[in-house]
Design a binder for this molecule. Structure first.
Ligand code: NAD
Length: 497
């Protein structure tokens, strides 16, 4: 890894967009505020004509919600420059090269360049090719491409995109963002597993009954109907974020914590995923689509009535699935995943359910023991809860469930860096651990492709099958019931309760 206080020119393609304004400018600001950057400048690139001054005003505005966001905002914004640019025109890249060269010399950036593509994916290939063709990547320092999801739409389209960007950047220079990997508690999975003697020996099929990964949203599709219609929850969430969390939960301990070692263990975990044949999909995966409903006294529309959505759409807004990992550690342990929009709660959490003890000495009318659970709360709560059984106070021997909780919300939430802040910093330092390698992307797409192909050929006549603001479709509960399991209600497992 390079020095801990990196320097470089960050070129943001799509600098007038939502991602740049909501996430990227505030993240760079926090790095600046904390003194984590040595020398830096930012060139924003987008179609709209703007002067540097107007662009700097936008940047300052994007900081308005940050605590202390006005401190040195003027000085911070002075590092930002704008170039109005159509990414499909090669002439524009020649001007951009000239700007980059000047800023390099002015700020002493050693020729280090981050190309951040905060734009629609159909432009990724063209931009990478133009960066190479017009010599923007001929630089004395590092050159890295940071690229947003979605990375393709299927294995074939991802491969095609990868081949295009590989003409300009080597695999080591490509930083594929999965912002879940920047989240504090997702990064904590490895630490919880590999630094605690009470967990690692139990982390296998002998002691774990099943693992449940849930990512639920209360929001609907909002303004993204056009994108979502071609994606659905499977491609939007499962192929990337959920499979990444499964890989971190399932992988073997790496021999050391370098990016190569961690990634190769994740790749091995993904290689062990049992593929789901097209005609077997219904036994392992179920889907849902939200209908009308309400939340907080507000009426909510059906997915099919959202802007830019087909009135007979077959797109899933909810997915639940059962994954099996065919290796020594995990044989027979189901990993259940679920994700959906317009559910009753916003929450991402992992529940590790341990097997029951071999004999319950405390059976009786009031004496049912709960299984031990390790809950990793990822968002909005951040923390860990361990669910145990203990003696109820009093003279009789009666059991009662108790919980041990560590909650980041009360300890250091304020200091928890945003995922994008960490990931941007890592990309400038050359630490690729929390980015997805092509091998991971390829394996995830291959796994997901057979499911999406089955769903595309067979319309779901039950859609819409869950009301907005509900727990999701009944078929998700049925999926676990067949195995004698049930979904742990996340809202009851929050760190506070
Ligand atoms: P957006 O539509 O708000 O912004 C797109 C940007 O691209 C704008 O700055 C626009 O001017 C620019 N642009 C479009 N066509 C152009 C052209 N021909 N030449 C030059 N500039 C052009 O999109 P967004 O929400 O910021 O998302 C950008 C990318 O990030 C997408 O791939 C999206 O899937 C991904 N993403 C966004 C978020 C988010 O929170 N917004 C989260 C995860 C991933």
């Amino acid at each position: 890894m390079e020095n801990d206080k990196p320097s470089g020119l960050i070129m943001i393609f799509g600098a007038t967009g939502d991602l740049a304004n909501r996430k990227l400018f505030p993240s760079i600001y926090r790095l600046f505020q904390k003194g984590k950057l040595n020398k830096f400048a930012v060139v924003g690139v987008a179609r709209r004509p703007l002067t540097n001054e107007q662009f700097q005003e936008n940047v300052k505005e994007s900081l308005s919600d940050i605590a202390g966001g006005q401190d040195h905002a003027e000085e911070f914004a002075s590092h930002f420059y704008y170039h109005s640019h159509d990414v499909t025109s090669s002439e524009s890249y020649i001007q951009l090269k000239d700007i980059a060269g000047k800023l390099d010399a002015q700020y002493g950036l050693l020729g280090n360049r981050i190309f951040y593509l905060a734009m629609a994916p159909e432009f990724f290939g063209t931009i990478a090719e133009q960066i190479k063709a017009q010599g923007l990547s001929d630089t004395a320092g590092y050159k890295r491409l940071v690229i947003e999801k979605p990375f393709g739409h299927s294995f074939e389209s991802a491969k095609e995109l990868n081949e295009k960007i590989r003409t300009a950047f080597s695999e080591e220079e490509i930083y594929r963002i999965d912002h879940y990997l920047g989240k504090e508690m997702v990064q904590n999975i490895e630490v919880i597993r590999f630094s605690n003697a009470i967990f690692e020996p139990l982390w296998n099929s002998r002691y774990i009954s099943n693992i449940q990964v849930t990512s639920s949203e209360t929001l609907g599709v909002e303004e993204r109907g056009r994108y979502y219609e071609n994606s659905g929850a499977l491609r939007d969430m499962v192929q990337n974020h959920l499979l990444q969390m499964v890989a971190l939960l399932a992988m073997e301990p790496p021999i050391r914590l370098t990016d190569d070692e961690v990634r190769s263990e994740k790749v091995r975990a993904l290689r062990s995923l049992r593929p789901v044949a097209k005609d077997e999909v219904k036994n392992y995966f179920v889907r849902g689509q939200y209908g009308p409903g309400s939340a907080g006294g507000k009426e909510l529309p059906a997915y099919r009535d959202e802007h830019n959505v087909d009135s007979v759409s077959n797109t899933e807004t909810f997915v639940a699935g059962k994954l099996l990992i065919d290796n020594f550690r995990w044989a027979g342990v189901p990993f259940y995943i679920r994700t959906g929009k317009r559910l009753e709660a916003k929450s991402t959490a992992i529940v590790v359910q341990f097997k029951d003890i071999p004999m319950n000495l405390y059976y009786g009318a009031e004496q049912v023991l709960n299984p031990n659970l390790l809950v990793i709360h990822i968002q909005p709560d951040e923390g860990i809860t361990l669910h145990l059984n203990a003696k109820k106070a009093g003279k009789d021997i009666e059991t009662t469930p108790i919980t041990l909780t560590v909650s980041n919300n009360s300890i250091d939430r304020i200091n928890t860096p945003e995922a994008y802040e960490k990931l941007l910093f890592d990309s400038m330092r050359g630490d690729a651990t929390n980015f997805t390698h092509w091998d991971e992307v390829a394996l995830s797409w291959k796994f997901v492709d057979s499911i999406s192909e089955a769903w595309e050929t067979e319309k779901d006549s039950s859609f819409p099958n869950y009301p907005s603001g509900s727990k999701g479709p009944e078929c998700a509960s049925e999926l676990l019931k067949k195995d004698g399991h049930f979904w742990w209600p996340i809202e009851k497992l929050e760190t506070g309760g």
